[in-house]
Structure formats: C-alpha cells, structure tokens
Design a protein around this ligand. Structure first.
Ligand code: COA
Ligand code: MG
Length: 297
C-alpha cells in the first residue's frame, strides 16, 4: 500500500496584506491557505503583509488547513527579510506548514532557498513555484533536489509563465500542454505533490470547473485558487467520483478472492484489471478516505 496523501485539492491564495481575507480563510473549506507576500502585494504593503502573515501563523485557528507563506524572491529587496522573519518565527516555536518560493529555475535556486530556511522548524516544508521558461528546461534537476532538501511540492505559476512565454491563456490552455504535462511527469519521477495554476475569471464557475477537470486529466493533485467562490467547485472536481471509488473497491475485492491469488491480470465487471490497477485502486480509496476525513473535520 502506498502512503496516504494529504488532500490538497484546493489551495487558496490571499494577499497577506488583506487581514479580512486571512480571517475569512479560517472558515473556508480549502485544504491549503497560501498567505502571499509576493505578486498580490504592492511594494508599499510588503512590510505589513510580512507582519500579518507571521501574526496569522502564530495566532493559528486554521484547523485542518495547511498554512503556506509565499515569500518574495531572494533577488528582490524583500526576499531575505521575508525568509529571516519566517525563520525567527520558527525559533519562537510556531511555523508555517510550508514556505512557497517564487521563480525557481534551477537546482541551485532550490538549494539556496533550502539553506535560507535552515532555522525554520523541522516540520516546515519547501514548496516551489514553477513559472519561468528556464525552469521548463531544468524540471528533472529541480525535482531531483527533493532527495536532499525540504522540497515536497511544486505549484504552477501560469500567469508568470504566460508573461514570460508571451503566450495566450486560451480556454483549452493549448500553449501550456507541454509545460504542464512535463512538470507533472518530473514531479512524479521524484515523488513531489504538484498543484495547477490559477484561473483568473472569478465570475465564470463553469470555466473554472472545465479547467479543474483538465487539471485532473493532467494528473495534478489539486489547484491553486484566487477567490473563496472557487473553493467548493474545485474540491468537488479534485475528489474521486463515487463511481471511481466503487470501481476501485471492486478491484481490491476481486484481487482478494482466493481464486485470484497469484494472478497478475483478472477480469472485473467485464474489464481487465492488472496488479498495477490494484495499487492504483488502493491509492484511490486511501485518497477518498483522507478526503472524507478532511471534509468531516
Ligand atoms: N481569500 C480569502 N478571502 C477572499 C479572497 C481570497 N483570495 N478574495 C476575496 N475574499 C473575500 C473578500 O474579503 C470578501 O469578504 P467579505 O464578504 O467578508 O467582505 C469576499 O471574499 C468577497 O470578495 P469580492 O468582493 O468578491 O473580491 P474583490 O473583488 O474584493 O477581490 C481579488 C478580488 C482578485 C482582488 C481578490 O479575490 C484577491 O485578492 N484574490 C487573491 C489574489 C492573490 O492572492 N493572487 C496571488 C496569486 S495569483
Ligand atoms: Mg508569480
């Protein structure tokens, strides 16, 4: 049986300068809260955002939700101070579940951020944005750093990627098919969790659902979001459908029958199931149970 993954269907960003949004996040059904110090925060509000993010983590009250802080890059005027503030918070006993770092483009970038959070609590993980053209040509090397750093998760930054590529964000996301698919493959090759980019059209829930479904098809574990109204539809699409869970349970039950002992391929309800499908089915049931537990909390 594979490890039970923690549900990360929905990861809601909010500017950490917006105290009202942070308060609201404590009761929203998102799996992850991302307190942003970077793109969503104007230069004049950087200090306030940093202070409020630290205070929010210290104050807690996020329940089952993971709390992640997205910092400014080390190549900006604020990055070093952001990372130092988070490390100091760790020394005081509180810490975010993860620190999300922007524009990672090489293995050396991951190592620099990993070194910068050396003093953060043991449990604090490193998450990285994949959002530069350079990163697309170093995906395997970047992902491979997971074995000797705190890196566990990638987040696609599709707005920055579109800006750098100068591509258009079409409804079918065709310009991103290569980058998204290769990023998922590199993440899987090194055991990383990977979250899809945001959908900017807040008012179009149908459009959001379509793009969430596409994210599931690509193999993403979940999606980053920008508005509370996107959370529930996204959770629904990234939860296994009841029919899929039933099928998975049938496969598990069929392989457990004595007549199927030692077999590599069997017939289940008219379809072929191999041992690889058994392990997929076990993972799907574990994910579904973890989601039920999270939704009940
Ligand atoms: N997280 C938590 N709460 C949020 C939120 C978010 N991302 N976005 C909006 N809200 C809250 C508002 O505070 C408001 O709360 P209230 O009903 O208690 O007053 C409510 O949800 C409705 O907000 P609304 O008026 O629809 O949003 P807006 O027009 O004021 O703001 C955005 C739109 C895009 C500016 C805002 O949603 C936002 O800041 N999103 C996140 C941006 C971000 O972090 N980007 C970085 C990654 S791409
Ligand atoms: Mg960005």
């Amino acid at each position: 049986m594979t490890d039970t993954p923690r549900p990360r269907r929905s990861a809601l960003y909010m500017p950490a300068s917006n105290a009202k949004a942070i308060e609201k996040a404590r009761s929203l059904p998102c799996d992850v809260v991302i307190l942003d110090l970077e793109d969503a925060v104007a230069p004049e509000a950087k200090e306030t955002a940093r202070l409020q993010a630290v205070e929010a983590v210290k104050a807690g009250g996020f329940g089952r939700r993971e709390v992640v802080i997205r910092v400014n890059g080390l190549d900006t005027p604020w990055g070093a101070a952001d990372l130092a503030a988070l490390a100091a918070m760790g020394a005081a006993g509180a810490g975010a579940d993860a620190i999300l770092v922007p524009k990672v483009s090489s293995a050396a970038d991951v190592k620099a951020y990993d070194a910068a959070i050396e003093k953060a609590p043991e449990a604090t993980r490193l998450w990285a944005m994949i959002e530069t053209c350079a990163a697309l040509f170093a995906l395997n090397e970047i992902a491979a750093t997971a074995k000797d750093t705190r890196l566990t998760t990638w987040v696609m930054g599709t707005n920055d990627l579109a800006k750098e590529m100068r591509c258009q964000q079409t409804a079918d996301r065709a310009p991103f098919w290569g980058p998204l698919s290769l990023s998922v493959a590199a993440a899987r090759a090194h055991g990383l969790t990977i979250l899809d980019g945001v959908y900017n059209d807040i008012e179009s829930i149908d459009g959001l659902i379509d793009v969430c479904q596409q994210g599931v098809q690509f193999g993403f574990d979940g999606k980053t979001l920008i508005h509370p109204k996107q959370v529930e539809p996204c959770n629904l699409v990234f939860s296994p459908a009841p029919g899929e869970v039933d099928w998975a349970r049938s496969v598990i039950a069929a392989f457990a029958l004595s007549e199927n002992a030692g077999k590599g391929a069997i017939r289940v309800e008219g379809r072929m199931a191999e041992l690889l499908h058994l392990s997929q089915a076990q993972r799907l049931v574990a994910v579904s149970e973890a989601i039920d537990e999270a939704d009940a909390a």
